[in-house]
Design a protein around this ligand. Structure first.
Ligand SMILES: C[S@@+](CC[C@H](N)C(=O)[O-])C[C@H]1O[C@@H](n2cnc3c(N)ncnc32)[C@H](O)[C@@H]1O
Length: 245
């Protein structure tokens, strides 16, 4: 069964603070790339998988979509998103992405940093394919395989005050990784770059863009040297845009 860590009250409280910080990784590293790669959504039906607190939905509303549906396994997340977004174009559902069933098809599916929580990647991609209209676009970010590979507790090899050796052990061991974050054991899944991309190709998607995320103009403006160095020495996320052939 899928883990629903965001409904754990202690974890959620910590996460909400991090996600609402204007200089968090999501805002400075991941979000700018998702914004860049978002296709034209004017008059389109859009699905946001693992929409969380609804940040991307709020952004997308400015581009006049026909509708946006946000789904998330966490009731906490959906309640927060509902409290932030007042638009009759938007509907929300609390559901596991793999169980989401609807007769509707979407022109664009976006998903920010949710796919690494889902074990059955091939099933997930097949499901996304079913939910898309012909020629529809799937745009998603996930933790970068270079980040999720290691099974060591200490993920950096430290020279004093430097973050120049990120560990890459167990790269080919595609399986669960449990990390401690906000005093909670969080389960995610490591896959290689080959698996991320070839699963899309095997399911009749055409790859349009693969972007390793690095520092952005915003992160360089807002962060200290040590944080910038960390991102220079390890891509935190990967963003992929693919089209249903
Ligand atoms: C790191 S948060 C990102 C939230 C949001 N997309 C953002 O960028 O702010 C990951 C989200 O994925 C959701 N999630 C995890 N597993 C899920 C699943 N199996 N089905 C649907 N949502 C899931 C979590 O509840 C959480 O809201």
């Amino acid at each position: 069964m899928a883990q629903n860590v965001y409904d754990n009250p202690e974890f959620y409280e910590g996460y909400e603070k991090i996600r609402n910080h204007p200089f968090c990784y999501n805002e400075l590293i991941e979000f700018p790339v998702m914004q860049d790669l978002l296709p034209d959504i004017k008059d389109k039906d859009v699905l946001d998988v693992g929409c969380g607190m609804g940040k991307f939905i709020g952004y997308m509303l400015d581009f006049n979509p026909k509708s946006i549906t946000g789904i998330d396994i966490s009731n906490n997340m959906i309640q927060y998103a509902k409290s932030q977004i007042q638009s009759d174009k938007v509907t929300f559902h609390v559901t596991d992405a793999l169980s989401y069933a609807t007769n509707q098809k979407y022109d664009v599916i976006v998903s920010s940093l949710a796919f690494h929580y889902i074990e059955q990647y091939d099933t997930l991609i097949k499901h996304m394919y079913q939910l898309l209209n012909d020629n529809g676009v799937l745009l998603f970010s996930t933790e970068h395989p270079a980040t999720t590979a290691t099974k060591q507790e200490e993920i950096w090899h430290h020279e004093p005050n430097e973050y120049n050796h990120y560990k890459l052990d167990h790269y080919f061991d595609e399986s669960e990784r449990t990390i401690e974050w906000l005093n909670t054991n969080v389960v995610k899944y490591h896959r290689t770059i080959g698996t991320l991309i070839n699963t899309l190709i095997d399911n009749q998607f055409v790859i349009e863009r693969v972007q390793d995320t690095g520092n952005t103009r915003l992160s360089i403006e807002q962060w200290d040297e040590q944080k910038i160095q960390k991102v220079n020495n390890r891509p935190p996320f990967i963003v992929i845009r693919a089209r249903k052939a």
